[in-house]
Design a protein around this ligand. Structure first.
Ligand code: ADP
Length: 453
């Protein structure tokens, strides 16, 4: 039959141009089902802190974002966004002030050969926390900083899959098309200085198992501190910690307290919540000033941008599906060919979180620490129920205790395609070719993703 070549399709795509005045932003949304291309054709512009060069076409699908300009610009847009408008009211001025405040602390740290700022960002879901961190990281990077970003929000991955907690040091510009990226193997831009540190929580909310979450926070803090101390530059640039909205919702903010203590946080930014700000000032600034030994913690508040979009449960599901898919198949511009392997049941040692510790958040009493008599991980029988599960391969050894396993870093992930109980074989999808390492794996029902392979 007659087939239209790609050239024909392109001709049909609607192109529009937008003139942006100085200090305004063009906000847009693109569903996962479509795609737009944005090109800067005059002036200067940035996407969440990352400058975009003139003439480069950026492609967006399943994306909500904004093009910001300090001095004015013209952009060309190919395709039709589901939402688009220009806004003159943004909190960019206060965000850049926050950046300069951090730069002053970094400067002091460099002079005194001490640690740079350890910044915690808190606030409700969809307050713009991750976006603010992208901006602060990019602005720092432009001035030669090597900022370490710590993601303590398992809902969305940072250079890894949802369900993980990660840390990565950035020295090159961030990838604006896919934010941080879901896999460190996929991109030349936004590539961290070193392989990211990845721990596996396997839950959507920390409150589903605060005992495990706290353990990983403590372990991550140790690992991050040791990485920062390896380089003077990383040490003075400091770290910025992203958090899930849930830990900011109810006093006494036990998990915030834990992160602050373990990471020796000295700057807390409360984004988009006056109430939280005031509670945290009381908790951290006022309490501390009574003690002469404790290091001072500065709590600041920043307003939420009017551009931040609420992402409902369905959209977040799509985001996670996209992250898992990108991990195995790469991105359109950098496709990967995942590898299928078949292994025997006895080559696999799979664990899971005990049932009770993996409950729905709404049924959990506040401060639930899990059943103390239960081991932190349980052996998982290999059954067809594991089909479509994502499994984290740990760096731990097969005979390590489960207590050691949960605080060991993740090597990578496999996706379980098929379980054949008769032949006692499991078919797995792996992002790269190679033998399956003889290491313990952990699996969970989060993120629930079905890849159409
Ligand atoms: P949080 O980390 O607090 O949950 P995010 O930073 O992830 O919030 O922001 C929520 C969504 O809003 C994201 O999809 C982000 O890209 C989008 N967003 C943030 N700031 C803007 C803006 N100024 N214009 C348009 N979209 C934005």
């Amino acid at each position: 039959g007659l087939q239209l070549g790609p050239e024909h399709v392109e001709e049909d795509v609607k192109t529009s141009t937008h003139e942006l005045a100085a200090e305004t932003e063009w906000r847009f949304e693109v569903p996962f089902s479509s795609n737009i291309e944005i090109k800067l054709i005059r002036g200067t512009a940035e996407i969440f802190g990352t400058e975009i060069p003139i003439g480069h076409a950026y492609s967006f699908s399943g994306y909500k974002g904004a093009i910001w300009t300090w001095y004015g610009c013209t952009i060309e847009v190919k395709g039709i966004p589901s939402v688009d408008y220009t806004s003159e009211e943004t909190p960019m001025g206060t965000y850049t002030n926050a950046h300069f405040a951090l730069q002053r602390l970094r400067g002091q740290a460099q002079e005194q050969n001490s640690s740079g700022p350890r910044v915690l960002i808190v606030g409700p879901d969809d307050a713009g926390k991750t976006t603010l961190i992208k901006m602060l990281t990019s602005y720092g990077q432009r001035l030669g900083e090597r900022v370490t970003v710590v993601n303590m929000n398992p809902k969305e991955g940072l250079l890894s899959l949802p369900g993980t907690l990660t840390a990565a040091t950035f020295s090159t510009i961030l990838d604006v098309e896919d934010g941080w990226g879901s896999s460190p193997t996929t991109g030349p831009s936004g590539v961290p200085v070193k392989v990211p540190l990845v721990y596996y929580l396997g839950l959507e909310h920390p409150e589903q198992n605060t005992k495990l979450y706290k353990k990983i926070v403590s372990r991550m803090a140790l690992a991050v501190n040791s990485r920062l101390s390896e380089s003077d530059q990383c040490k003075s640039s400091g770290c910025i910690i992203d958090t899930p909205g849930s830990i900011s919702t109810t006093a006494p903010y036990e998990l915030i307290q834990h992160i602050v203590a373990e990471f020796s946080v000295n700057v807390i930014i409360s984004l988009g919540s006056e109430r939280l700000y005031s509670d945290l000032v009381k908790k951290f600034e006022t309490e501390r000033s009574k003690s002469s030994t404790a290091e001072k913690i500065t709590v600041i508040k920043l307003a939420k941008s009017g551009g931040v979009v609420d992402r409902d449960a369905n959209y977040m599901k799509e985001v996670r599906h996209d992250q898992v898919k990108r991990y195995f198949y790469g991105e359109p511009k950098r496709p990967l060919s995942p590898y299928t392997m078949t292994v025997d049941f006895d080559q696999l040692q799979i664990y899971k979180l005990p049932e009770q510790d993996n409950l729905n958040l709404s049924f959990m009493p506040v401060g639930y620490e899990g059943d103390l008599n239960k081991p932190i991980l349980e052996k998982q029988a290999i059954t067809p129920l594991l089909t479509n599960a994502v499994a984290a391969i740990l760096h731990a050894r097969l005979n390590d205790s489960v207590e050691d396993m949960v605080i060991s870093t993740v090597m990578g992930f496999v996706y379980i395609l098929e379980v054949d109980e008769k032949k006692k074989k499991v078919k797995l999808l792996a992002p790269i070719m190679g033998r399956l390492p003889a290491r313990p794996m952990v699996t969970s029902s989060f993120p629930e993703v079905i890849l159409n392979t």
